[in-house]
Design a protein around this ligand. Structure first.
Ligand code: FE
Ligand code: FE
Ligand code: ZN
Length: 285
């Protein structure tokens, strides 16, 4: 890892395979990226071609990529009130983690879940139960809990809740956190005015060493809205300056920064990445 490097990318389509994502990343000036491990609405996963994965590994090595941040389908809910839904989450996560070993040492980001009226404590217990069934001491992947906006009955909009989940996981050396700037804004953490306090809170409650990745999004809604509607950088309530402070913060250096902004296509992301690299450069060199 190069401390003077910003690792930035976006979600890429898996249609062209792993090597295809590597090529897309290069095309848009990215040196990390995210991808959905299966259809974001759930369902099956494509079989993996080892030659295709090798193609990506080569591109990553030659171009000094940061860690990848794979994303579980956002429909997985390990704390659903329905046994069938919980079982699907368990099956999909176990299968995803097995497949992630084709790309050793990267990240698997999950939304903790929605307790759907069962209460946060019961939700957290169910999430831990699932994680304890899928996480093995042998795996090389770190599972990241995403900070959530707190819409509906989402678990994980408070750092305390994420800390509780982590402490309930037996092999929590395999656990980390992915901080989503839109989500924490919507969850009531003032990224614009209080970044230092937020990071101090994070460190005290979870530990900054657990913070492994950033989702870089502006928000269509004001602080504390509990909505989760992403905006392009500079077009929301967080604003470009605050976003640049996040990606250049000395304590966050080297973390993969994943854009999840509502850009139309790769060109939009290429522009957004170029803009952020340019604005970040004076702060890191
Ligand atoms: Fe997410
Ligand atoms: Fe996110
Ligand atoms: Zn979101």
């Amino acid at each position: 890892m190069n401390e003077k490097q910003i690792y930035i990318g976006c979600h890429l389509s898996t249609t062209g395979g792993f090597a295809g994502m590597g090529k897309d990343a290069i095309k848009i000036g990215a040196n990390t990226f995210a991808f959905f491990t299966r259809n974001p609405r759930g369902g099956g996963a494509k079989s993996i071609d080892p030659a295709d994965v090798d193609g990506l590994r080569k591109i990553m090595e030659e171009n000094n990529f940061g860690k990848l941040v794979a994303h579980a389908p956002y429909t997985l809910n390990p704390c659903s009130g329905t046994a069938k839904t919980r079982e699907f989450a368990l099956m999909a996560m176990a299968d995803d983690l097995e497949r992630m070993e084709y790309l050793p040492g990267n990240y698997y980001n999950i939304h903790p879940g929605s307790h759907v009226g069962q209460g946060t404590e019961r939700g957290i217990a169910m999430i831990c139960e699932t994680l304890n069934q899928v996480i093995t001491p042998e795996q090389s992947t770190t599972v990241l809990l995403e900070t959530m906006a707190g819409k509906g009955s989402e678990v994980g909009s408070r750092f305390e809740e994420l800390a509780e989940i982590i402490s309930g996981v037996i092999h929590n050396e395999k656990m980390g956190v992915c901080l989503d700037t839109c989500h924490i804004n919507d969850g009531g953490y003032d990224v614009v005015n209080s970044l230092e306090e937020i990071l101090e809170d994070f460190d005290r409650i979870i530990g900054l060493d657990r913070l492994k990745a950033l989702h870089i999004n502006d928000s269509k809604n004001p602080l504390g809205a509990r909505k989760d509607r992403h905006a392009c950088i500079g077009e929301g309530h967080i604003g470009t300056e605050a976003i640049v402070r996040v990606i250049t913060h000395p304590n966050l250096r080297g973390l993969p920064c994943i854009l999840e902004t509502p850009q139309d296509g790769l060109e939009g992301y290429a522009d957004e990445i170029a803009m952020l690299r340019e604005l970040a450069a004076p702060h890191i060199y």
